[in-house]
Design a protein. Structure first.
Length: 135
């Protein structure tokens, strides 16, 4: 089981507009370097202070994750997934700090289409840093 919360700030006006993406996925190893996942994704966006808010988008999603261990501490991965009118691709590099704890650097491109009554398309691209706990 894997969960994630990602926040995107608009580069042109940081801190004013914000998008959030939350995911919960069930991950299963298919082979030594390939995993498959299925789960749920929720994306919402708006201006701080509530002046502008787009309706959230909830999507059931599926995807694959390819992992390649570069050495005993460093792992390269790519994740590709999506659902109805939503697509995600992510590249990352994880470093094992200790058993069960990794520091991760990522690049992600998330697209959510047909959001709300206006049927807008949201594209998010960016780099991220995070930590992964494994149980």
């Amino acid at each position: 089981l894997a969960g994630r919360q990602t926040v995107y700030d608009v580069f042109a006006d940081p801190g004013r507009y914000r998008t959030r993406n939350s995911e919960v996925n069930l991950v299963r190893r298919a082979s030594g370097e390939l995993q498959i996942f299925a789960g749920w994704s929720h994306t919402s966006a708006g201006a701080r202070g509530g002046a502008l808010a787009l309706p959230g988008k909830n999507v059931a999603q599926i995807g694959v994750i390819g992992r390649r261990e570069l050495n005993d501490r460093l792992t390269l991965y790519v994740a590709i997934g999506g659902g109805l009118n939503m697509a995600n691709i992510e590249f990352g590099l994880s470093y094992c700090l200790r058993p069960g704890l990794e520091a991760t650097g990522t690049y992600r491109h998330l697209t959510a289409e047909k959001v709300g009554p206006a049927r807008v398309k949201e594209n998010f691209r960016g780099f991220g840093l995070g930590f992964t706990l494994k149980f």
